[in-house]
Design a protein around this ligand. Sequence first.
Ligand code: SF4
Length: 318
Amino acid sequence: MDKLISDIINGGQITKEGALRLFDFDIEDLLYAATKIRKKYKGGKVSICSIINAKSGQCGEDCKFCAQSAFNKTEVKVYPLAEPAKIARSADKALENAACFGIVSSGNYLNEKEIGSLCEMFKSYKNVEKLSVSIGRLSDGILLKLKEAGIKKIHHNLETSGGFFPKICSTHTYNERIDTIKRAKAAGFKICAGGLFGIGETLNDRIDLAFTLKELDVESVPMNFFIPVKGTELEKAKPLSAIEILKIIAIFRIILQKQDIVICGGREVNLRDLQPMIFAAGANAIMSGGYLTTGGRDTETDLKMIEDLGLEPLRGEV
Ligand code: SF4
């Protein structure tokens, strides 16, 4: 492990085969390696990101894990795109502590009227550079509108590996997701793209996802840990253990040295008292204040955790 750490700290890279073997290592060794790499590339700073579920439910895609898919019979709230003023108020509040505020909508696209109303708000929003947009598939025309409105960051998760994706979604393809990311990147946006773990994927799928994200050279990698939702096809899925989650985070840090690794949905429920260990596992960012369809811890508690660990929250910076 010492050789691997010094290779990576000196700019070396791990192979896919080597990364797969990391799952056999003890958690202590992985945490040790991931901490060293996180400190080298990210120092002691931690950024917080918050989101609003700006449009919820009735999504026409059939993602098996998702509470918002119309194919699943869940009790998720259903509402149309929130008023721009409401989104701006939520952003103002979140950005008092967060470095980034994500506007997320259900569905794989927004219509022209919806895009127009969001862009109007972005144009007049004072902290537009701290907003990120997660509104599904993006044509070049929509990307241009978002760019003209001042948006700098696009969020679009890959969810899992290309091999496993067809088993969790049949209404659109992995390549469509990759295509959106590539075009957004080519248009000059920073990219936030990650995945969801604990939905039946193999260790290989996890490693494939990490390498795909590395190849796409995304800026930040949100990592979500599945919480089974009643009424979805995966309602009986066994949640990942806390140690398994920490291992996945550490292995992602070893592969993705330069990316921001953001721990998102499922943190509180699946890690419980082990939440502070995400930073030892290499994370340098968290989502705080609740998720799309589930609640979360309040940001004050998360800030206290970060400060208690001797880390420095990046309040309101980008
Ligand atoms: S993950 Fe996104 S695209 Fe898939 S069903 Fe949920 S809201 Fe729709």
